[in-house]
Design a protein around this ligand. Structure first.
Ligand SMILES: [Zn+2]
Length: 388
């Protein structure tokens, strides 16, 4: 992240909400937002999209090994909507599937997911919620990275209506702050050597009790202050100017945000503005496991059928860490056994759409030299003792 873009401000502390423990497994807001099990981006995505031609958006073929082309190749696909990202309207090579898990880290659900992925040696991307990251769950952030998976931001507060908090400029500030704070918490997690160390860093950056959640209002008004103090923390921990343990490239709006909430073009424009400022991609989905559908979330057959169906059709598959574990186990087992299904890391999808890998794209977005930024599935300088 470029430090020059940060504005240091001094704000008064505001009251925090008390942090329930553990974090709620199922945000009610998302349960209602994703009741459509099929590609849940109906209204916004059904709006006319100016496609130069379908081939411009063709995803694939997925190369087994990728060169490191120049950043000039990291072009936004002609006719693509919004900022860099994956959308339901993207054409996609059938059977190539990116697994994504939302709403973690969760102290019991996330380890089960990681165990199953390890068993089948499958890569995944975890869109984590900032408020779920704590002294108790930060080791899961470390484990996700150590086991070769990718981290993305799913905001801090999981508010599905961030584009409507006020005037457009206020909404942009809110969205930027929500993802920026989650990225800070990912960095802190990767540097933490113990629960006490996590809490100490939390207190230093946020100047609040780590046992309490940050309020959305505090995040919006103070995230630049938090970022400045985070930079100071990184320097104290031996990071060079601009270096981070992890540069977050991927993000996903809670509940799909304006892309499924029928906000129309205005809401999408607000969210896209925030993504440009954040230098993060937007990762929507093509199919969902259905684990947010209230009356079906425990239905083993429903869940396993969705996992089979949407892994076969290919694209980004939305699952939540809290999915019924035996259904996920069966679903992953079927994917591995199905020759028509290939589970690919999200970085492969970036290469296929933008003709460069995630690290190169991140370097371009941050205005950094090629090869100088490690992100989106890789990590920067490892803190001493990391991975233990
Ligand atoms: Zn979510």
């Amino acid at each position: 992240m470029r430090k020059g873009s940060l504005v240091v401000a001094v704000g008064f502390l505001v009251a925090c909400s008390t942090r329930p423990s553990p974090a709620p497994a199922v945000p009610a807001s998302e349960a209602t937002a994703s009741t459509a099990v099929t590609s849940a981006e109906p209204a916004a995505d059904s709006a006319p999209v100016a496609l130069a031609s379908l081939s411009d958006l063709k995803i694939g073929p997925f190369a087994a090994e990728a060169a490191h082309p120049e950043q000039s190749l990291c072009t936004e696909a002609s006719g693509a909507r919004g900022f860099y990202g994956f959308y339901r309207t993207d054409a996609w090579e059938k059977g190539n599937t990116v697994l994504t898990f939302d709403d973690g880290p969760h102290p019991t659900a996330t380890p089960r997911v990681l165990d199953l992925l390890a068993k089948h040696e499958l890569p995944a991307t975890f869109f984590v919620v900032g408020r779920a990251i704590s002294r108790d769950t930060y080791p899961l952030i470390q484990r996700i990275v150590a086991e070769g998976h990718t981290l993305g931001s799913h905001s801090y507060s999981h508010d599905v209506k961030m584009t409507r908090v006020g005037a457009p400029a206020d909404s942009v500030e809110t969205i930027v702050g929500q993802h920026a704070v989650t990225a800070i918490l990912i960095d802190i997690s990767l540097m933490a050597k113990s629960g006490d160390d996590f809490d100490a860093m939390f207190s230093q950056v946020f100047e609040r009790d780590p046992a309490q959640w940050l309020t959305p209002g505090a995040i919006k008004s103070e995230y630049r202050t938090f970022s400045a103090r985070h930079d100071e923390l990184l320097a104290e921990r031996g990071y060079e100017d601009g270096e981070h343990p992890y540069t977050v490239l991927y993000s996903r709006p809670p509940g799909g945000g304006p892309y499924v909430e029928h906000d129309g073009a205005a809401g999408i424009a607000i969210y896209d503005s925030a993504l440009r400022e954040l230098k993060m991609m937007n990762v929507m989905w093509h199919g969902a496991s259905g684990d947010t559908v209230p009356e079906k979330r425990s239905d083993y057959g429903f869940l396993t059928d969705n996992l089979a169906k949407y892994s076969k059709s290919g694209g980004v598959l939305l699952i939540h860490d809290y999915i019924r574990s035996d259904a996920l186990a069966k679903g992953l087992e079927r994917m591995v056994q199905d020759d028509a299904v290939k589970i690919v890391p999200i970085d492969d999808a970036v290469r296929a759409k933008y003709r460069c890998d995630g690290n190169t794209l991140t370097a371009k977005l941050h205005g950094a030299a090629p090869g100088s930024v490690l992100a989106g599935g890789s990590i920067g300088p490892l803190p001493a003792g990391f991975g233990g």
